[in-house]
Design a protein around this ligand. Sequence first.
Ligand code: NI
Length: 145
Amino acid sequence: MNTKHCCLTKIYNFSAGHRLFLDRLSEKENSEVFGKCSNPRGHGHDYYLEVRVKGEINNDTGMVVDLKELDLIVDKVISELDHKRLDIEVDYFIKNQSTGENIVRFFWGKLKDNIQNINLVYLKLWETENNYFEYFEEKDIKYAN
Ligand code: NI
């Protein structure tokens, strides 16, 4: 039997600073690999995170997810990054480059660990108005844009 699902997408935002930099490379090489994101004094982004969840519509509430619960979980993860210099202050990004790819993967891991009864489908992280990064499991690919 085909189960019907409804998807909800909520958009969150946060701001953070970073610098992309590999110790083993020279300043010039880093600049070639990472472009402006390797500016030695760092720089910031206003990130937007789209969180898509799915579920069956609850007969009583008419909703697929308790939004207060979702907000609580997402806001908690965001607070680990918001207004931080990622590559200096956040352990995960001291060890991993603070690229959009790694930031969206960071969110996926943290959210998956914390939302047992909410079915996370898809994350989209906007780094600038011209580029974004998506993260989802292959089985859910049909739910992605
Ligand atoms: Ni950047």
